[in-house]
Design a binder for this molecule. Structure first.
Ligand SMILES: Nc1ncnc2c1ncn2[C@@H]1O[C@H](COP(=O)(O)OP(=O)(O)OP(=O)(O)O)[C@@H](O)[C@H]1O
Length: 768
């Protein structure tokens, strides 16, 4: 094997010969320092591996370190020597002055590097991989953090052998690791650990590294490890999007696509990949790399700056999310150093993750095929034709590039949690639904970037929630109001005049694409919902969402007229509403005031319930007292006075009891209505209802039916595609009638037109 002059030099294995300088990197089990080799004054890198943090014995580690020192390739960072110092193994290596590609991106290229630079880096890395594979080695840790650049712009793959062999000595059963770091770069077959893996696993990691260099982060890098695992196994492989990643060439996309094939046998060897057209055009050493390296501060300073940046970022956030981010960041930096972990442990953890996993960027398998075929694949659109489930009930969790948005997975989990549970039970808002709302609110509050994740703007407690402590309720409602305020502020400028009918249901002109997309995971929905939606031809039922194709006469449909109680209630209870609410309804700030009005109503209702309950108690006590009086009187002679009072009491108490009981049920039903309305209102505020172009079916009804037992109390949100056109042709009186009847029937009809007119929910309501 040929060695360069400096590599042929021998290095002492005495600790005293090395002067450790600043830290230049940190891995899962090692800290790397710049150091001076005293005898020759040469700058070297010393990797101090903490043996206590490694799941392997010293003998094995040293053996591997020796093998590593025997490897010789211009694109591999070999070790000069290694020796044990206290509880650490020191590995002496050439110092790569420009540090890792990860450091480079973190310092100056957070959104990724230019294709020409990437091409050069990848080609050099691939050469190293080809060399390793031909010598029977699997690197097992290919990632930007392990691709180092020296002062001449030479690219070298580091960390081969040591970290991999340390954790996996060929006997995985003996030394299984607890799962640490993120498995973003890990091939599916490595994750599965049943059928075994070979050097093709490095090709997968190489493909992921290509994406990492292109975007500044690996796909799924901000997701929790378990989520990454599930996404990698369940979703189609990630890749460059033909639409979104327009700046990258077709050959680059194709090359990545070849690496990221789930079937390892179908992945090319490193040797074959090197012949791909993408690598033909790259030059060594890339002038673009040199350009990138210009004006960079010394590596030690850069690392410090990056650490400070990370720390400042953490400090600026709330603690919980900061912790999460810290975890995510360190996981991102580290990845999984060894592909040897306890699968059972993982499975257990994975089983705790809700089974939603509507992928964010990882498109379904067909999408990947399309990608490779050069077809447009919208990462945010679903194979179901509805778009992905990225939003529901007031939460808009959009994902741009994979892993780029904070807490999106969390949002999805919460949303699917929410979506999978019964929404409203017979008594009003179910516990699960409320928890869902609360969770979403909290998650979204945690999220630093409200642009991508919005909370619902109000939370109505059901009667059973009234038992919560007041402070807790206040906190929740405050949070909700804050969120609501933000949303309202944003949408206020687009709001127009308010319709004259029940204006509490005024909705903002909040437009966001794909908002009502692919609720494919939402299960549940009641039998009622099915029954109700069967009135029109049911095309598709996805949880509570029912897609129908038949024209619905909003005016004549009896279901629309079934109940007038809600509309009446809103009108009746106007005296009960704070004055500001009706004013707000007129001046266009209804959504915010609606939430507070409803909160206020809820409080009033609870107070009334308390009052009724105490009256009932009094009655009971009175009755008991009457009973005592009776028995006392039975012993003696009943006076005419007592007799008559007892009779009156019987009649009036019975009447009053009936009255009070009916009041209670009335209040309960009003509360239920309000709960449903508020929730729907939250939903609608967030949504611009949209669906993909549906050839053929002129009318498209999307019904969100609450799972209420009584059909008359159902609230449906129906979206009509061409119904809007028909609606516009009607006279204003007729339109008003339709709307009023719809509201009175507890139906909020959201007709929208997708093509051309850009009408949104709000437009529809205010256009009358
Ligand atoms: N020879 C070197 N010259 C310059 N910097 C280095 C050298 N070796 C490592 N580094 C830096 O130190 C960081 C950590 O090194 P290490 O090899 O432990 O990385 P790691 O692969 O991220 O860790 P692990 O895989 O064990 O989690 C690297 O990402 C790199 O930035």
């Amino acid at each position: 094997m040929k060695r360069s002059a400096s590599e042929r030099k021998t290095f002492s294995t005495s600790r005293e010969e090395y002067e450790l300088l600043e830290e230049i990197g940190q891995g899962a089990s090692a800290t790397v320092y710049r150091a001076i080799y005293r005898p020759t004054n040469e700058v070297v890198a010393v990797k101090c591996l903490d043996l206590e943090r490694c799941n392997s014995n010293l003998e094995n580690i040293q053996k591997e370190a020796q093998i590593m020192s025997l490897m010789n390739h211009p694109n591999l960072v070999t070790s000069y020597c290694s020796f044990v110092v206290d509880r650490c193994l020191w590995v002496i290596m050439p110092f790569m002055a420009e540090g890792s590609c990860l450091h480079l991106m973190k310092y100056g290229y957070p959104d990724g590097l230019k294709e020409s630079t990437i091409g050069y880096i990848l080609k050099e890395t691939l050469k190293a991989l080809d060399y390793l594979h031909r010598h029977g080695h699997i690197h097992r840790d290919v990632k930007a953090g392990n691709i180092l650049i020296d002062s001449d712009g030479m690219v070298k793959l580091a960390d081969f052998g040591v970290s991999a062999c340390m954790f996996d000595n060929g006997d995985r059963r003996r030394a299984r690791n607890t799962f640490i770091g993120t498995p973003c770069w890990m091939a599916p077959e490595v994750m599965q650990q049943d059928s075994g893996y070979d050097f093709k696993a490095d090709i997968w990691s190489f493909g992921i590294t290509a994406l990492e260099l292109a975007h500044g982060h690996a796909p799924f890098s901000k997701f929790p490890p378990m989520k990454v695992l599930l996404m990698t196994l369940q979703n189609a492989p990630p890749g460059l999007d033909y639409d979104r990643d327009k700046k990258f060439s077709k050959s680059f996309k194709e090359m990545i696509g070849m690496c990221l094939v789930k079937d390892q046998k179908k992945r090319p060897t490193a040797e074959k990949l090197l012949k791909h057209s993408f690598f033909k055009k790259t030059k060594s050493p890339g002038p673009s790399v040199k350009k990138v390296l210009l004006d960079l501060p010394p590596l030690g300073d850069r690392v410090k700056i990056i650490q400070l940046k990370d720390a400042a970022q953490l400090a600026s956030k709330e603690l919980p999310s900061a912790e999460q981010e810290a975890m995510s960041q360190s996981e991102y930096k580290r990845s999984v150093s060894g592909w040897n972990f306890d699968v059972e442990d993982l499975k257990l953890q994975a089983s705790l993750i809700p089974d939603d996993d509507d992928d964010i960027t990882g498109a379904k398998d067909e999408d990947q095929t399309k990608r490779l075929a050069g077809e447009d694949v919208d990462a945010s659109s679903s194979s179901s034709g509805f778009g992905r489930t990225t939003s529901f009930v007031g939460v808009d969790c959009r994902e741009g590039t994979s892993g780029s948005e904070t807490s999106t997975a969390e949002c999805l989990n919460q949303i699917s949690d929410f979506g999978d549970k019964e929404y409203v039970d017979g008594n009003g808002c179910s516990e699960a639904a409320l928890q869902g709302l609360e969770k979403i609110t909290q998650v979204c509050l945690k999220s630093q970037n409200n642009r991508n994740c919005r909370a619902p703007n109000g939370l109505l407690m059901p009667d059973r929630e009234v038992t919560r402590s007041l402070s807790e309720k206040d906190v929740i409602s405050k949070r909700c109001e804050n969120n609501h305020q933000e949303i309202t502020d944003k949408s206020r400028h687009t709001m127009r005049k308010v319709p004259s009918f029940n204006s509490q249901l005024m909705l903002p002109n909040q437009a966001s694409a794909n908002n009502l997309s692919a609720p494919s995971r939402f299960s549940g929905g009641s039998g009622d919902a099915v029954e109700d939606s069967s009135k029109v031809d049911l095309v598709q039922k996805k949880g509570r969402f029912s897609v129908t194709s038949e024209n619905v006469d909003f005016v004549n449909d009896p279901s629309m007229k079934r109940s007038s109680s809600f509309g009446a209630f809103l009108l009746d209870s106007k005296q009960g509403l704070p004055v500001q609410s009706s004013k707000a309804a007129q001046n266009g700030s209804a959504p915010a005031s609606l939430a507070s009005s409803l909160q206020c109503l809820l409080k009033q209702t609870s107070a009334l319930q308390d009052l009724i309950a105490s009256s009932l108690n009094n009655l009971e006590r009175g009755k008991a007292a009457d009973g005592q009086t009776c028995s006392a009187l039975q012993k003696g002679k009943p006076t005419p006075e007592s007799q008559s009072s007892e009779n009156v009491g019987d009649t009036s108490d019975g009447g009053r009891r009936q009255l009070l009981l009916s009041k209670i049920s009335e209040f309960q039903s009003r509360m239920n209505d309000l709960t449903v309305v508020l929730t729907t209102e939250n939903l609608m505020q967030m949504k611009k209802l949209r669906r993909p172009n549906d050839h053929g079916s002129p009318l498209f009804i999307l019904s969100i039916l609450s799972s209420r037992s009584e059909p008359s109390r159902r609230l449906a949100c129906s979206a009509s595609f061409s119904g809007m056109c028909v609606f516009n042709l009607l006279s204003s009186t007729r339109r008003n009638r339709i709307l009023t009847s719809a509201v009175n029937a507890q139906f909020v009809n959201c007709l929208y037109e997708e093509q051309g007119s850009n009408l949104t929910l709000m437009d529809w309501f205010v256009d009358i």
